[in-house]
Design a protein around this ligand. Structure first.
Ligand SMILES: [Zn+2]
Length: 172
């Protein structure tokens, strides 16, 4: 049972208990090395077997687990920040592509109105920008784990494919 304290344990009753635990836990000292350091530093003699048993049986593993959890929370927040900056970069790239895509789209609409015919090269550009936007939206969806964004990305693709199909008809 790894719980806190034993009246018979010399480590539990040592004034250096916290330090001994830190040596073993944080510095990774072996029980033998911890025993040697304890003797050298404080002249206190506890066998490495006793230290080993203390770490197995009396060391507060739950407090340690909380500490590890707190550390992993901090790490998680760091990776969330990293994810956010990736998203911001992706957003600005996506915005460029999206604006270009919208521009091509508007241009196409004008051409259709004026001439009733779509130049293939423009349709291809539309498809390329659409696929760039789709790619970026999908990347964003992956970063966010967000399905609606993914569906929106598919919507862009569908629209571009429709226009492309219409353009192919126009050419014939
Ligand atoms: Zn102990």
């Amino acid at each position: 049972m790894p719980v806190g304290y034993s009246a018979r344990c010399r480590v539990c009753n040592s004034p250096h208990r916290v330090e001994i635990e830190q040596w073993c836990k944080d510095e990774g000292l072996s029980p033998r090395a911890a025993a040697a350091r304890l003797l050298e530093r404080y002249g206190e003699k506890i066998t490495h077997v006793t230290i080993w048993r203390h770490m197995q049986e009396h060391f507060d593993i739950r407090a340690e687990a909380r500490e590890q959890y707190r550390k992993s929370q901090e790490q998680m927040q760091t990776s969330v920040k990293k994810c956010l900056s990736d998203l911001q970069m992706l957003d600005s790239i996506a915005q460029d592509s999206y604006e270009l895509h919208q521009a091509v789209r508007a241009w196409l609409a004008d051409l259709i109105k004026e001439r009733g015919k779509i130049p293939r090269v423009l349709v291809e550009l539309l498809a390329v920008t659409a696929s760039e936007v789709r790619q970026q939206l999908k990347q964003k969806a992956e970063l966010l784990g967000d399905d609606p964004v993914s569906r929106l990305a598919d919507g862009v693709a569908t629209w571009a494919e429709l226009v492309q199909a219409a353009a192919s008809d126009e050419d014939e």
